[in-house]
Design a protein. Structure first.
Length: 287
């Protein structure tokens, strides 16, 4: 993204996160009376006002264009298509904290298994409000400010949900998906068995078979009856059962070795898959 600004001072270090298909930035700035800026991004982006004190921001899509009407709401947002310049002007002093989300449409389209509507992607929407999008935007902004607290999948899911709502992406047309071939299935399941004690990315499994992530996920379930994540977790629990039966390692050490957050996490997953706790299973196996 390129920008030219005048009269705008950044108050805090930039907070940002990167997920597959999106980069999110949180900015906190002070704007003097008469401050102005010109911005253009190579990617489509959503601009969301999170907090604002003082004056309002006028937006326009060209140097000679008329200002868009400024809504009398606290949290306006604007969608700006890729490559479209936008001008802003502030008449009175203002402090603002806002979220910018830049979308990688090709990556998101591959993950969704369909192309977003091209008209929607190319149509700017300035100074609108949407409570659902605002709620998601606030959660995404929180992830930018508290990096490392939650699993990456949490923020990834928020961004994907926001994009689906923003672009009004509906379910793909129903179609019959074929299962993985025996060779593809063997490669995928062998990889899972070999690497089940660590995190396995869907994109790595899809790459083994030469399929998109969305197609692979459906084809794997068609071949096995369960999604890849569930197969992975079942393989991990089988490894745990082997450690329980063959070693005297404490459950805390087994949980860490098997890639679980802690013993409680292991116990929850083990009970869900096996139907009993690891300690009870070990006792019964030894009897």
């Amino acid at each position: 993204m390129t920008s030219r600004i005048d009269g705008i001072a950044v108050l805090e270090d930039l907070r940002y996160r990167r997920w597959p298909g999106a980069i999110a930035d949180v900015w906190h700035a002070a704007c003097a009376a008469g401050a102005r800026g010109e911005y253009v991004s190579e990617s489509p982006r959503l601009f969301v006002v999170l907090d604002r004190e003082g004056g309002d921001t006028a937006l326009r899509l060209g140097p000679g264009a008329a200002d868009m009407p400024t809504p009398r709401v606290t949290n306006p947002m604007s969608y700006i298509p890729a490559g479209m310049p936008i001008w802003s002007r502030v008449d009175a002093p203002m402090r603002i904290r806002h979220l910018d989300i830049h979308f990688d449409v090709a990556t998101i389209a591959e993950r969704l298994g369909e192309e977003p509507d091209r008209v929607a992607l190319a149509t700017p929407r300035l100074q609108f409000t949407d409570p659902r999008l605002l709620g998601l935007a606030r959660l995404i902004a929180e992830e930018c400010s508290t990096q490392g607290v939650r699993h990456d999948l949490y923020g990834d899911s928020l961004v994907t949900a926001l994009f689906i709502d923003l672009m009004r992406v509906g379910p793909p047309a129903a179609r019959r998906r074929s299962a993985l071939s025996p060779r593809q299935l063997d490669r995928a399941t062998a990889y899972i068995e070999e690497n089940c004690l660590r995190g396995i990315r869907l994109q790595d499994l899809a790459a083994l078979t030469g399929l998109s992530q969305s197609y692979f996920s459906h084809a794997f379930k068609a071949a096995t009856g369960v999604p890849p994540y569930q197969w992975h977790m079942q393989a991990r629990i089988r490894k745990v059962q082997d450690m329980l039966a063959r070693s005297g390692l404490p459950l805390t050490e087994i949980a860490a070795t098997a890639g679980f957050a802690d013993q409680a996490h292991l116990t929850r997953v083990f009970r869900r898959i096996v139907g009993t706790t690891p300690a009870a299973w070990r006792r019964d196996a030894r009897m």
